[in-house]
Ligand binder design. Sequence first.
Ligand code: NAD
Length: 297
Amino acid sequence: MAAQIINGKAFAASVRKKVGEHVARLKSEHDIIPGLAVVLVGEDPASQVYVRSKGKQTAEVGMKSIEHKLKANISERELLALIKLLNEDETIHGILVQLPLPKHLNEDLVINSIDPAKDVDGFHISNVGLLGTGQKSMVPCTPLGCLMLLRDHHRSLSGLDAVVIGRSNIVGKPMAQLLLGESCTVTIAHSRTKDLPDVIRRADIVIAAVGRPEMVVGDWIKPGATVIDVGINRIDKPEGGTRLVGDADFSSCSEVSGAITPVPGGVGPMTIACLLANTVTACCRSHDLKEPDGLTV
Ligand code: NAD
């Protein structure tokens, strides 16, 4: 039976709508405009595209959007000084430093210099610790987006077997923490995992966050399982040109799974929608106001 396609594009639009409504309420009832500052160092073309898209979508939901584009050779001291200013700026509720940073900058030091309350990427060590201990935190955007899609699809995740493929700090590890928070039985698989297909065959939920085009095939999927494909890989088309594919082989996986996210149009659009959600959440927390329902965990 063909899988249900989980439409992340439509779900992301509903998240943005909810964010926009909350922003309008903050403005009319409290005269507050949530503000997001995005810091881009250097001229990496992919990062430039992401930053442009983030700025556009931030403005579209009525929030203040500011971008700081810095030269690739900026010193660590100058970058830290800018983050200090943004930390102190009361009109800014979210700060995002676009990764990766040029090699001469210490990424951990830079991320950990952001005020944790404004760390809308959820990468600050305090937020990592809060998430790991089940406390209120800023949750990394991509895993948060995956969890929103899963919660929408499954009435309850409790007791389900989940396999997260990939152990990065940005996706795999926080995803596993979130699923643990939902009372799933969680396995984290990675490049050294033995018998990966057998591990994946046990899963009711498969999260693929590997960065290897179409690696997960239908034969590895338990019939009826849900496949959340985080991968974004550009591959050559036989007829020339390129196309985007995920880490799961969509055609074989969609024959066996119960539900699957496509690439593009699945997890991808959820990431920026969750960034906007995190910014409005951070703004509400900083003003001691009620947070919007359904926009965080
Ligand atoms: P990463 O390179 O930091 O981590 C990849 C992980 O995959 C590693 O932990 C590694 O152990 C594991 N891995 C590598 N080869 C493997 C193999 N053969 N078998 C099992 N595990 C293996 O990548 P990341 O930043 O976590 O991103 C993963 C993918 O998700 C990439 O395709 C990336 O482009 C995509 N991504 C998408 C979004 C989004 O918005 N949709 C956001 C972040 C990342």
